[in-house]
Design a binder for this molecule. Structure first.
Ligand SMILES: *Cc1c(COP(=O)(O)O)cnc(C)c1O
Length: 232
């Protein structure tokens, strides 16, 4: 517990320092703690520090944690690839979805949230690193994709999300963030504004992401320690 509190304080200080360096207000950047593989007590420790919304990349795990913490007011952001046949689970617990990457999925989410009488803020995931293992649209597909989302009234297209290249090459990582913010600028020009959210930056690269305009850093390891995956 003490460790988690100290880790949050350290990350918050690094976010504030990165904002100061970039001439930005710290209030422009939200810290989304990523709780995948962590138990409910880790979430509670973060809630005790004032955090309400948490990032999870797998629906099954997110659902289970949402149920366990239902009476405690936690909110959930799904930040990983979602199969269309799992969209039906989201209205019960998801506050936002950061990995939209297909019209079929958008249509199904729209139908499910419409039926539940809810709206869902969504971010379009962009594959800025061109790594084949990563989900997301190619940057040059995004403008056409966004145009196809217009009919989906239950979805609020809030902005863009990316996972930068998995490399220690700073220039290559920064190039991913530059691409996402340039894409945001193009969308804003074409649509007269909007697309305010830029979800980019994780434990290894969040300070650079903030310098390139991130409004949401998704951080797991720096807050909760190394992830331990069960050996199956
Ligand atoms: C796991 C995960 C993160 C957090 O990664 P860390 O390196 O532990 O900070 C961020 N974004 C997504 C999409 C993730 O799946």
């Amino acid at each position: 517990m003490t460790d988690i509190a100290a880790n949050f304080a350290a990350v918050e200080a690094r976010i504030a320092a990165a904002c100061a360096r970039a001439g930005r207000s710290a209030s422009e950047v939200r810290l989304l703690p990523v709780t995948k593989t962590r138990d409910a007590d880790a979430v509670r420790a973060a809630m005790a520090l004032g955090y309400r919304r948490f990032g999870e990349n797998k629906v099954q795990e997110a659902r289970a944690k949402a149920e366990e913490l239902a009476s405690e007011g936690a909110e959930w952001a799904i930040i990983g690839h979602l199969q269309t046949n799992k969209a039906k689970y989201l209205p019960a617990f998801a506050a936002e979805f950061q990995a939209l990457d297909s019209v079929g999925l958008a249509s199904e989410l729209d139908r499910r949230f419409e039926a539940a009488g809810r709206r869902l803020p969504v971010l379009v995931q962009v594959n800025t690193s061109a790594e084949a293992s990563k989900s997301g649209l190619a940057p040059d597909e995004v403008e056409g994709f966004v145009a196809q989302l217009a009919p989906f009234q239950a979805l609020e297209v809030a902005g863009l999300m990316t996972i930068a290249a998995n490399t220690t090459d700073e220039a290559a990582v920064r190039a991913c963030f530059t691409q996402l913010s340039e894409l945001q600028r193009r969308l804003r020009d074409a649509h007269g504004g909007g697309f305010d959210e830029l979800s980019m930056g994780m434990t290894g690269d969040f300070e650079w992401a903030i310098e390139h305009g991130s409004t949401c850093v998704r951080i797991g390891t720096a807050l909760f320690g190394p992830r331990v995956y069960p050996t199956a």
